[in-house]
Design a binder for this molecule. Sequence first.
Ligand SMILES: NC(=O)c1ccc[n+]([C@@H]2O[C@H](COP(=O)([O-])OP(=O)(O)OC[C@H]3O[C@@H](n4cnc5c(N)ncnc54)[C@H](O)[C@@H]3O)[C@@H](O)[C@H]2O)c1
Length: 449
Amino acid sequence: MTIDRCTASIRVVATGDNKLGVSVYGISDNSPRRVVVVGQGYVGLPVAIRAVEAGFDVVGFDIDKTRVDCLRKAQTYVDDITDSDLAGAMSTGRYLPTDDPAALAGFDVAVVCVPTPLRDGAPDLSYVEDAAATIAPRIRPGCCVVLESTSYPGTTEEIFIPILEAGSNLRAGKQFSAGYSPERIDPGNETWRFHNTPKIISGVNEASLHALQDFYGRLVERTVPVSAPREAELAKLLENTFRHVNIALVNELATYCHGLGLDVWSVIDAAATKPFGFMKFTPGPGVGGHCLPIDPSYLSWQARRSLGRAFRFVDIANDVNDHMPDHVVSRVVAQLNQQRKSVKGSRILLVGLAYKRNSRDTRKSPAIAVAKRLDDLGADLRAIDPLVSEDAIPCFIQMVPCEPRQITDTDLVVVLADHDAIAWELFEQHAHRVLDTRNRLRVPAVTRL
Ligand SMILES: NC(=O)c1ccc[n+]([C@@H]2O[C@H](COP(=O)([O-])OP(=O)(O)OC[C@H]3O[C@@H](n4cnc5c(N)ncnc54)[C@H](O)[C@@H]3O)[C@@H](O)[C@H]2O)c1
């Protein structure tokens, strides 16, 4: 089935014989419908705010009361959603942040965006299971339930839907619609935002796919229907594994180039002039955030479980990327050694603690991994990051303002995340020794990764 961007919307309705029917109505029918988004984090909050913009009544449900309190006060905690976005959503009267499950009652569409971490190297789907159990008793005939959390192929149909069915006494694909639609949010990306990034959608049957199209067709410019939830789940894992593997490739190239005395950045820039068959990735201190350190391992875990063999690319990429903080620390040691100094007692200024440029997210940040290793070696650590809040970093890192005194009064500056909001000119003017893992600075005092 192919569904192009809504020229007409398709509404799935419950019929008297407990089957789903489809009614078509024009794009002018913008009558708000009730949406609940379960999980108001990096993924769920943008979905909720976009749904409010699109005219839906939205309940943003989260079990974290602190987060809900922030939302009620229009205080953001994720990249991409600003305080004014939240204030705008609240002012419509159509956005209700809550930690009260009773507020979920009466929804037409429920979207689940809860964490899917690894526990002891295996997928931990307990958040997905809990969210499904919360929604299930509130499912009514004709409504639609979508999973957005990243997971291995089969999660929607083997784990999520059985809980929905057991708790509602209704059948997915018969009495209510169900499907999977992976999130593609790229925190800090100014070009590809929620509404203009194509969104993969899938349903457990044709009617469910129509229901997902009906909803997401109002949120994004282009939906990409695929044949089944498993295909959508695997597509998401492929996207992240592709990135993970390619970053590992250039990270390994960086360590190789260092050994040979070659400049990896020049090598990559030269290769990137090829107008076909090459895609540029850049090295760094490792990978972080919620996706790359976790999602590819869902793939390798399932390959082992289902096929009894490793997904070797993932294992190799994990190994290379996990060791990049060690490589950075060895470069720090070498830099200090040239000054006849040890790490112990040296003052080191870390610049950028988030896992990537223009993000405030420190989850699994390689910058924190580097900091931890340097702290273990006895370094006197200071850090600058205008985006990251102090409560998101370990207590052994002291945050300092970005000012000349902090830059000159240090044995080594280490650039770990190159946010645009950092006053880089101060480093160009005042730094006398820098290890730059992001290729941001262009001054003689800099050694690049
Ligand atoms: N962060 C990203 O850039 C990104 C991108 C694409 C996909 N994903 C995937 O999306 C999912 C969510 O990730 P995230 O980054 O938004 O996580 P997050 O930790 O920022 O947010 C998840 C939220 O869900 C809440 N929650 C947990 N259990 C709940 C429950 N039973 N009911 C209600 N709320 C509950 C948590 O309190 C938290 O606020 C994960 O599967 C992740 O892999 C993340």
